[in-house]
Write a protein of this length. Sequence first.
Length: 176
Amino acid sequence: MSTQKMEIFRGLSPIALMAVLALPSALEAQSGGVSLALGTEGPTAELEDLEGNAVSLLDYVEAGKPAVLEFWATWCEQCEALQPQFDELQARYGEQVSVVAVAVGVSQSVRRVKRHIADHDPGYPYLFDKRGAAVRAYNATTTSIVVVLDSDGKVAYTGVGTDQDVIGAVELLLDG
């Protein structure tokens, strides 16, 4: 590190220095914590339906329709908090949008996923990412990650956690 840069860091208070060092993390959080560039092609991945059949993720994305992908788990409280948005999205735009829940293969089984959705049929498909192919393809390092693809299959939105406006992101695509 140059002497000039060292002098800049030396002059910062410890709190200011921590803020400067945390800046990359804050910027990542603003972009949803997902490292998929907007406008890039949505990756495909091989996973399973809930009957154990091998399927391709993008087979569930209908051409000409926006698609919403949620990386989800039965034990994820943030995913549960997002559920009302997905219910509303399905009720309002079910014919215009493909919604797919990707159940991550961490600390849950297909049987547990089936039991969970039996209590609440969302009206859209759930896929099981047993081997983590979709998680790796989308760099979904946590649950409650949402990726919205536009009608051309390009990444239009990424977000993580409960503070997301998934419906707003979809409406922008439908209105645009």
